[in-house]
Design a protein around this ligand. Structure first.
Ligand SMILES: C[S@@+](CC[C@H](N)C(=O)[O-])C[C@H]1O[C@@H](n2cnc3c(N)ncnc32)[C@H](O)[C@@H]1O
Length: 220
């Protein structure tokens, strides 16, 4: 999907269409996946945690942290849509430890900054090379850090035949193919739901593999 068309999509109505759309989409397809994501946030986010949210949009994940009453050291949201960032800044103004930055999540400059938790929700389905992105972004994790991914994945045929053209046309999203997902390195936990249309993945920083802990995080 071309970046220009995705960027243009999030300028429609100043990006204000996304949140109502997200609420309906998540209600219909992702309630359990969101609960699992929240369990992972509860497990991994503490007062010392630096969070990076890629393709942060209007700040849904920051909203989750606040709603869950999870303290964190620093939250940085990155998005290439100035419209989505404007909505996020308006919603979360006056928070000292929160920064929103305009940038392309697929070409983040080499930086000294490392993060304990990196989240990317509903971003991968907009990218041409999700596996390359997922494997590259892990370099920004501290040892023991986690990359949490929630995305639209290839549904089963009886959903795919109507959802795939609709998703492409309406929200410029293509389901992430299973072959791409199989190239993700460091996967600790993976769960697909809604006839495989929704996938949640927890990836550990290189060299740290604790599948038991991640699995447990989703079931308490
Ligand atoms: C479907 S919205 C998800 C927003 C948010 N993560 C959420 O869960 O509500 C996708 C967001 O990713 C952003 N985006 C898409 N491709 C991007 C890229 N290559 N770099 C940065 N942001 C990107 C869009 O501008 C949009 O705000």
């Amino acid at each position: 999907m071309s970046r220009v068309s995705v960027r243009r999509l999030y300028s429609v109505a100043g990006g204000r269409w996304w949140d109502p759309f997200r609420v309906v989409w998540e209600f219909c397809t992702s309630q359990q996946a969101i609960r699992d994501l929240e369990s992972l946030f509860r497990r991994y986010v503490s007062a010392q945690t630096r969070v990076l949210d890629l393709g942060c949009g209007t700040g849904a994940n920051l909203g989750r942290l606040i709603q869950l009453q999870l303290p964190f050291k620093q939250y940085t949201g990155v998005d290439f849509s100035p419209h989505m960032l404007a909505l996020a800044r308006k919603r979360f103004r006056d928070m000292a430890n929160v920064t929103f930055m305009e940038g392309d999540a697929t070409s983040l400059r080499q930086s000294d900054e490392l993060y304990d938790v990196i989240a990317a929700t509903w971003l991968l389905d907009h990218l041409d090379e999700p596996a390359a992105f997922v494997n590259d972004v892990q370099r920004l994790l501290v040892p023991g850090g986690h990359l949490l991914l929630l995305f639209y994945s290839r549904p089963r045929w009886f959903v795919r035949f109507w959802l795939a053209p609709l998703g492409r046309m309406l929200v410029r999203a293509d389901p992430v193919a299973r072959e791409e997902v199989s190239k993700f390195s460091g996967v600790l936990f993976k769960k697909t739901r809604a006839a495989s249309a929704v996938t949640l993945i927890d990836i550990g920083a290189p060299g740290v593999v604790d599948p038991g802990a991640a699995r447990q995080a989703c079931y308490h």
